[in-house]
Design a protein around this ligand. Structure first.
Ligand code: NAD
Length: 381
């Protein structure tokens, strides 16, 4: 095979964008051979692209080597699992499903030589990629503390009102944490590792007419004694996107536009043990290490998926890693519901039992009949 025939399932906001990326030639060695939406699209499909109303027909058609699942979160696992069962490669929009348990089930279907990737596109953000490289290379030494304030995800009421599934337990298994912040939680654990214990507190429908969380605060404990704090909101303006990682040898700080590296002259622990000067501290130098930022994150993930199929290029975001952000989101919710710390790895069946109680009482909303202005680029703050 020297070209991947891709099927795109779901042609909403993000599915259409993915289709345009391929059609505009941003994806190498890939053509869209078929798309699936429950109704015929209101826009004209590019020539040669077949349309299916039923995802099973697209998957069984033989038209596609791989599918990109861009439907609402509640049917990611059903559709992704069916495609995996039928031997197709799968690129799944985030999140992996409604819960860790759903994610575990779909991941268990992957067979040898089958590629299963996630659209965790913020891993390709040059700033986060640089932070990951610097932390892995030991530039800041052992991590002592990390803190991410991600309150930049403001969403007005109409964002929820025009969608039947968003911000419902039934449609997403949560709100802010599994929708917007799944990116931050993924990047957080990708750079700093998984905590061993999570304490969370959530506010539900505090700023919006929704049943799920729209504000969250979490405290992470790590096996090496490090701690982390995560704060997020969709109700704050202008909001803050600030991520600091403090280590024994220095600190990395970003406001998502710039990256600053503060380097200690000597290890904080060594200095502290050896100095006789009661009020001294190690000297530091501050350097702006912001990398150039002109990347198309979604196109980069799709190109990587295609290259993994054709040339076995390592995946940027393999699905089995995509489950970690879901584990953090689920743990924050469970901790908030039970008012106690949750040990990681989370007991996925225990969480599911609790989530099911919320899902049983949850219904999709009636879509408001309002023409919403949709400029997708503005959503990636
Ligand atoms: N990675 C990112 O940056 C990013 C950005 C936006 C959305 N997303 C994710 O992408 C997914 C879709 O989000 P969206 O904003 O495009 O939602 P949306 O509601 O605009 O679109 C979803 C589309 O899927 C269709 N659909 C539902 N069930 C289907 C089925 N069984 N077969 C075929 N089509 C079906 C719906 O009719 C709708 O057109 C969500 O999981 C969301 O979290 C990711």
């Amino acid at each position: 095979m020297n070209e991947v025939r891709l099927g795109i399932i779901g042609l909403g906001n993000i599915g259409k964008q993915h289709l345009n990326h391929v059609v505009d030639g941003l994806i190498h060695n890939c053509e869209v051979s078929a798309v699936c939406s429950r109704q015929k699209p209101t826009f004209e499909l590019p020539q040669g692209v077949k349309h299916y109303c039923d995802y099973k027909k697209l998957i069984n058609s033989g038209d596609c080597d791989a599918v990109l699942v861009a439907t609402p979160s509640y049917n990611h696992c059903e559709i992704g699992g069916y495609a995996l069962d039928k031997g197709l490669h799968v690129l799944m929009e985030k999140p992996i499903g409604l819960s860790v348990l759903e994610g575990e089930k779909v991941i268990s279907k992957v067979k040898k030589n089958q590629i299963f990737a996630m659209m965790l596109n913020q891993r390709t953000d040059p700033i986060y990629a640089k932070m990951k490289n610097m932390v892995s290379a030991g530039s800041i030494g052992a991590i002592q503390r990390s803190q991410w304030t991600a309150t930049h995800w403001f969403r007005p009421e109409i964002y929820f009102a025009v969608s039947d599934w968003r911000a419902t337990w039934r449609g997403e298994g949560g709100g802010l944490l599994v929708n917007q912040c799944i990116h931050n939680l993924d990047t957080f654990q990708w750079i700093c590792g998984m905590p061993s214990e999570v304490n969370g507190h959530c506010e539900y429908g505090k700023y919006h007419d929704i049943e799920v969380e729209d504000e969250a605060t979490a405290y992470f404990k790590y096996n090496n004694g490090a701690t982390g704090v995560f704060v997020a909101s969709t109700g704050e303006v202008p909001g803050i996107n600030r991520f600091d990682i403090v280590g024994d040898l220095g600190m990395l700080s970003t406001d998502s536009k710039t990256l600053t590296f503060t380097q200690n002259e000597i290890s904080t622990a060594k200095f502290s043990k050896n100095t006789h000067d009661m009020f001294s501290m190690p000297g530091t130098t501050i350097t702006d290490v912001t990398p150039p930022n002109s990347i198309n994150q979604h196109a980069t993930i799709i190109n990587n998926f295609v290259a993994a199929i054709l040339n076995r290029e390592p995946l940027i975001a393999p699905a089995n890693e995509g489950i970690n952000s879901m584990a953090l989101a689920n743990s924050i919710l469970l901790s908030s519901w039970q008012n106690k710390p949750i040990e990681i790895p989370i007991d996925s069946k225990h969480f599911q039992t609790h989530l099911n109680q919320y899902i049983e009482k949850s219904t999709f909303r009636e879509k408001a009949n309002i023409d919403a202005v949709i400029e997708l680029d503005k959503s990636y703050r």
